[in-house]
Design a protein around this ligand. Structure first.
Ligand SMILES: [Cu+2]
Length: 359
């Protein structure tokens, strides 16, 4: 409500300013004092002022926000993705500065003044070629680099044999993480109304023996330097599997399985140690009263606006050593042992005997 009121006040203030300016203009004109060329000059200075303000403001906000942006990538491909991102940003920055300086400077330099006549300049072939060929070459280069990285990330043949497979299924508003258990094989799923029940939301087929040691995890545990393949799906609407610290993002689409393969390179503890050397991360978090790096956690989030509790679709990702991972797996409980339909218990032998004897 306060935001809405502030917005209305701002809009009204703007309207009042425009009306006052208009009124003073009309009155000056009526008095015969209106100097059109002087007004044009003032506008020119204002535009140059705006240009300077825009650059100073951008530089200031960058200085302010850069420390809270994502830390360095914790996956192998992420380093390349970051490089590509930085190159693209650098090119955009150069083009932005050049075009904006030209735009505002021309408006200032060539403002309408007494005795100056506008030049009619309809066409120049050299200019046309220059501003078509340069962007075409630069964009082709960027796209080629992007495609090269993309095929590197999605090259199925290069996948390692000891890959850890995690199944991540999205629903409003939660991520369900399934691991295959000690046998390394996932139980199959049957997607129909008979198999999907409140206690078996994934429709796991209990007749498939491979499913008996599958377990669900509250946090996503993965191993440092061991490749991970996340098999992604969704039960209701579009979601997006997003691991910002590993530069991983892939849509979760109902009915269309997707996946992402990556290699984590830093354990949670190693990332904390790295962050402890960074200035912003050394500041005290008012909620915990501790330096921020101490409570750092890798995060799994949903990057698709999927409904009113979209923000709540978060889970912690923990990167550990293989030994710590094995320990963690031992402590997990198979889903089958808790929710699978129990076999009907055969009647006790004694009871059967008594029933037979009484006849
Ligand atoms: Cu979502």
């Amino acid at each position: 409500m306060t935001t809405l009121l502030s917005f209305i006040v701002l809009v009204l203030l703007f309207i009042v300013l425009v009306l006052v300016a208009k009124a003073s203009e009309v009155s000056a004109e009526l008095k015969g004092k209106f100097d059109f060329f002087n007004q044009s000059k003032i506008n020119g200075y204002l535009l140059m002022g705006f240009l300077v303000l825009m650059f100073v403001g951008s530089a200031y906000s960058y200085k302010l926000l850069a420390p809270v942006m994502l830390p360095k990538s914790a996956s192998i491909h992420g380093v390349q993705t970051d490089k590509l991102f930085n190159v693209t940003m650098l090119i955009i920055l150069v083009v932005f500065v050049l075009t904006q300086v030209a735009l505002f400077y021309f408006a200032y330099r060539y403002n309408e003044s007494f005795g100056q006549k506008a030049l009619f300049y309809p066409h120049n072939n050299t200019l046309e070629v220059v501003w078509t060929v340069i962007p075409a070459v630069v964009l082709t280069g960027l796209i080629a680099m992007g495609m090269y990285e993309w095929y590197g990330i999605f090259n199925v043949e290069k996948r390692a044999k000891d890959t850890l497979v995690v199944e991540a299924t999205a629903k409003q508003f939660n991520w369900m993480l399934r691991y295959s258990g000690p046998d390394g094989k996932f139980g199959t799923r049957i997607i129909d109304t008979e198999h999907i029940t409140p206690t078996n939301e994934l429709g796991i087929n209990w007749d498939d023996k491979n499913s008996h040691d599958d377990f669900m995890a509250d946090k996503m545990y993965i191993v440092k330097d061991r490749p991970v393949l996340v098999k992604i799906g969704a039960l209701d609407v579009l979601h997006s599997f997003y691991l910002p610290h590993f530069r991983v993002k892939m849509d979760a689409v109902p009915g269309i399985p997707t996946e992402f393969y990556f290699v984590p390179t830093m354990t949670t503890e190693e990332m904390r140690q790295y962050l402890s050397t960074q200035e912003w991360w050394q500041t005290i978090n008012p909620e915990t009263q501790e330096p921020r790096w101490k409570t750092f956690k890798y995060e799994l989030a949903c990057a698709e606006l999927c409904g009113k509790s979209h923000y709540g679709m978060q889970k912690e990702v923990v990167v550990v050593t293989q030994q710590e991972y094995d320990e963690w797996v031992k402590g997990q409980t198979a889903i089958y042992s808790t929710v699978a339909p129990k076999e009907p218990t055969p009647p006790a032998a004694d009871e059967t005997k008594t029933a037979l004897l009484s006849h």
